[in-house]
Design a binder for this molecule. Sequence first.
Ligand code: PMP
Length: 387
Amino acid sequence: MTENADRLSRRARETPPSGIRRFFELAEEMDDLVSLGVGEPDFSAPWAARAAAIDSLERGRTSYTANRGRRDLRERIAAHVTRYDLSYDPDDEILVSTGASEAVDLAMRALIDPGDAVAVPQPSYISYGPTVTFSGGEVVPVETHAENDFVLTYEDLERAGADEASILVLCYPNNPTGAVMTREELAEVAEFVREHDLFVLSDEIYAALRYEDEHVSIATLPGMRERTVVFNGFSKAYAMTGMRLGYALGPSEVIDAMNRIHQYTMLSAPTTAQFAAIEALDSCDGAVEEMRREFDRRRQFVISRFNEIGMDCFEAKGAFYVFPKCPPGWEDDEAFAEALIREERVALVPGRVFGDGGAGHLRVSYASSMGELKEALNRIESFVEDR
Ligand code: PMP
């Protein structure tokens, strides 16, 4: 330990390294590794969006924007989300952020007082827990179950004591399971939320990546709009992860509070990315649809191969992840993932990284080329057969 270790805040010392990153350090020096580990599209952003970014730079548009983001972008976001039956005022109900990540953090900071409980379904995306903690809140884990294909139910919330919480986080389509929720399933959750007067933070960043039906936002259910902030962004659907652009939609008092924090910590979201995003919303529906179709083709291939190999894999209908079980004889997902990396040079993420509910499963991203997916599945098959 260096002498500066003592200077670190308790919060910094207690923040564990991301389970995903830690796992991938193992893989870093391997040649011939096939990684189905990272949650980002293997595509580049649509050319029109990149060209708009370049054009904005050529014109010297390199200043800050309004804190809430360019108004013409907020107008397009308002128009875009009507496809999910969402209606928000560009002036005071939309905030453009540095990735959906910043918006999630801002909402936590705007809504949590020290000691407040926040219900977080598990398995779930790894950022929610730490951002709750950074705001001084306490996570109430809510386990979802493989038998229900990891859909959140009224009973799950009851069993976890989520009625004690003031906030419920939702993430459907889900990272890491690929689970989606239908209107009827969301209605049950909404009932619980209204009964116990919770506020919902709904991360819908994978809304455009649904394969069998249309995305439904919980904010469209009766009595929910006024108690929900919806997050979305450009990273996943438009393959713009590195551009760092997302947004939040919600009641004006909450968006305003988030903006007050944002204006001191971030000032404004990246300007170049905002120009790319305007173009993405204006002209890239076709490109998104092409990527969605390709993801769907891979999704079907991956699910059927895992089931053939004997690794039980439910039919994930959204995002770009599947969540198969470890094969018979392997209980421990971390041991399986580690052996698979060492012996076959295939990287998957152990399910427990996403919370206890994920133990015994593996997160597999199919945001890799079909060639890589085929190779990875062949290696996994020979690994499982050799045991
Ligand atoms: N939410 C979920 C569920 C995600 O999977 C990710 C990215 N892995 C994010 C948010 C972060 O998105 P962004 O790049 O917009 O910050």
